[in-house]
Design a binder for this molecule. Structure first.
Ligand SMILES: *[C@@H]1O[C@H](CO)[C@@H](O)[C@H](O)[C@H]1NC(C)=O
Ligand SMILES: *[C@@H]1O[C@H](CO)[C@@H](O)[C@H](O)[C@H]1NC(C)=O
Length: 352
């Protein structure tokens, strides 16, 4: 009877040990998963949170809301939802490259009014989220290495000129047949459309980009006349021809006319220049107004100080004269003297 009982006990003990080992392993597993937190730090005084390469499937919602640089690259995010960045409206730089983003819900980027740069490269996007072009601070946009193909339909609804002051645009390595028409982009200085089959390229597209300095048109299959026209145009506006495909054969102008009527001499180009000038004038005006405001404020403060000083001096004089007068009218010593004289008298009468 005793033997089987001890066997039972041993079995029970083994069971307990087994269960606790499994438990410990589970707990450790959860703990190690918990430890894979995003790292918080600073970069050039901006608050940066890095969540790269963490197998994330969604934008985490438990981060500090004051994040300014958010790195979500190398994850497995498939979809951006309209609430994804609702809590993080201070983001200035957003890295979303090397994910699997196929779709972006309308309203996803709209709350990011401080956004200056977004990198959506190496995803599966078939279009650019149009609301990006309405962001008031967006300067740098990377959408290269996506599946961009036909944007005409989406671009139809776009309000031009766009609000985003785009300076850098990378559309390389997609499937575009044309440079997308975003209207005038007076601040754009670098455009990368390399590795796209630009079979529909027309030189007029460059009239929108009056301050273009660098363009990468390598591996775009544009023909030799387009190539020559691009070179002509860029030389005229003083752009860097470094990344232009080198055109070996110079063509006769009867075969390939000079492009200037379609670029620098066009209404579009002038419109682009005017809008840039307007912005400059506006900022100059703002600067002037700021200076004027500053000077006005200084004068106001000075005037207030002088006024106060005068008032105080006048007040001091007045109170001095009042004190002087009081001294003559009711002397405190006289008053106490009076009481000292009165009180014994009063006492005397009371005791009497
Ligand atoms: C254009 O983009 C491609 C792909 O991202 C890159 O390899 C290339 O260096 C870029 N060109 C320039 C001029 O930056
Ligand atoms: C440009 O336009 C002007 C006037 O409209 C015309 O005389 C000139 O021949 C045109 N040049 C080219 C290269 O088309």
């Amino acid at each position: 009877m005793g033997l089987p009982k001890s066997m039972d006990l041993r079995c029970l003990l083994l069971n307990i040990v087994f269960i606790s080992v499994v438990n410990a392993m589970l707990a450790f597993g959860i703990a190690s998963q918990d430890e894979r937190r995003c790292s918080v730090g600073r970069i050039e005084k901006l608050m940066r949170i890095r969540c790269y390469n963490m197998d994330l499937k969604e934008v985490p919602q438990n981060l500090k809301t004051s994040v300014e640089v958010l790195d979500l690259s190398y994850n497995r995010i498939r979809k951006l939802k309209s609430g994804s960045f609702q809590r993080y409206t201070d983001i200035k730089f957003l890295m979303l490259y090397e994910n699997m983003i196929l779709s972006v819900e309308p309203g996803t980027f709209a709350p990011l009014t401080a956004l200056q740069e977004v990198d959506l490269s190496n995803n599966g996007l078939t279009t650019i989220p149009m609301e990006l072009f309405a962001l008031p601070r967006l300067r740098n946009l990377y959408v290269d290495s996506n599946e961009l193909r036909e944007l005409h339909q989406d671009l139809e609804t776009l309000q031009r000129p766009i609000r985003a002051p785009l300076e850098y645009l990378n559309l390389a390595n997609c499937d575009l047949h044309d440079i997308p028409d975003l209207g005038i982009l007076p601040n754009l200085w670098q455009l990368n459309v390399s590795a796209n089959p630009l079979t529909n390229f027309h030189i007029e597209k460059l009239a929108n980009l009056c301050h273009l300095r660098v363009i990468d048109l390598t591996r775009t299959q544009i023909d030799s006349c387009d190539c020559q026209q691009v070179t002509n145009h860029l030389m005229t506006i003083g752009a860097n021809p470094k990344f232009v495909p080198v055109c070996m054969d110079s063509l006769d102008s009867s075969v390939c006319p000079l492009p200037y009527n379609r670029t620098v001499n066009s209404e579009t180009f002038r419109g682009c220049m005017d809008s840039a000038e307007l912005a400059e004038v506006r900022s100059l005006w703002l600067f002037g107004a700021g200076c004027f405001g500053g000077v006005f404020l200084v004068i106001l403060v000075l005037w207030y100080c002088i006024h106060r000083w005068r008032k105080r001096r006048a007040h001091r004089r007045l109170s001095q004269s009042i004190q002087n007068r009081k001294h003559f009218v009711i002397s405190p010593r006289n008053a106490t003297n009076n009481r000292m004289e009165d009180e014994p008298l009063h006492c005397d009468t009371a005791s009497a």
